[in-house]
Write a protein that binds this ligand. Structure first.
Ligand SMILES: *Cc1c(COP(=O)(O)O)cnc(C)c1O
Length: 235
């Protein structure tokens, strides 16, 4: 199979997984967005998936992402930043991306807000659901305060929450997804205007079914679409 046919085949398989996972819990599959995680993958792969119908791509590294984003200007692709945010990269991120999933502190929110012009940047808060000290993400007990800070930022539109739980085993993953969903529901209930608070970014190649069963509205898929990353390419 050539690469275009291979990617199309993967794309259909992932959409079938999303459809059956949704059907088995009585959800409409249209309520689940598939984000194609294209980090380390060449522009040609993105072009093939675009031809297959994919319109949302996720990137972790600012520099390689900007080249890809620039190549797709005006084509109706939504670009999501899903990597760790260094403060010296906030300017470039705010200028090029449509979405950012990984805000975990007020300083980063304010820097993105200051650097954004035009339509607001769509943002999610990354939550450290495992509560491991060394991990990225805001701790659940500090979530409300960060929500309040982001609501003060006119150039950011807060859409929801995101997590990257450790893949210890399926029981632990399921619990992490339930915890994030509970935090999402609680946060939403506390908002004056919850209209835009509509996105729960959880689930990757291994656990997309589990995540959809627990209410995910956006799954971030790398391996199942593009194939395995070589070890030096991992996250
Ligand atoms: C790499 C990455 C993914 C994709 O993971 P796969 O297991 O390859 O599907 C999803 N989310 C984030 C934040 C990532 O860095």
């Amino acid at each position: 199979m050539d690469r275009a046919a291979e990617l199309k085949h993967h794309w259909l398989a992932v959409h079938n997984r999303i459809e059956s996972a949704s059907a088995s819990v009585g959800r409409n599959p249209d309520t689940v967005t598939c984000l194609a995680v294209s980090k380390t993958k060449p522009l040609s792969d993105i072009e093939h998936l675009f031809a297959a119908g994919q319109r949302a791509f996720g990137e972790n590294y600012v520099q390689e992402a900007v080249e890809k984003i620039t190549a797709f200007t005006g084509k109706g692709v939504a670009w999501h930043f899903i990597g760790a945010i260094q403060s010296n990269k906030t300017q470039v991120i705010a200028q090029h991306f449509d979405w950012v999933h990984t805000i975990d502190r007020a300083k980063i929110a304010h820097r993105l807000n200051d650097a954004r012009s035009g339509n607001p940047l769509n943002v999610l808060i990354q939550v450290n659901v495992d509560q491991a000290p060394s991990k990225a993400g805001v701790l659940p007990e500090a979530l409300d305060a960060l929500v309040d800070e982001i609501l003060k930022c006119p150039n950011l539109q807060l859409h929801g929450l995101m997590s990257i739980p450790d893949p210890v085993n399926d029981t632990a993953l399921q619990r992490a997804h339930q915890d994030l969903h509970a935090l999402f529901t609680k946060t939403r209930a506390g908002l004056k205007d919850p209209t835009h608070f509509d996105t729960l970014s959880m689930g990757m190649t291994h656990d997309l079914e589990l995540a959809i069963a627990e209410g995910s509205t956006l799954v971030r898929i790398g391996t199942a679409l593009f194939g395995a990353r070589s070890p030096k390419e991992t996250v």
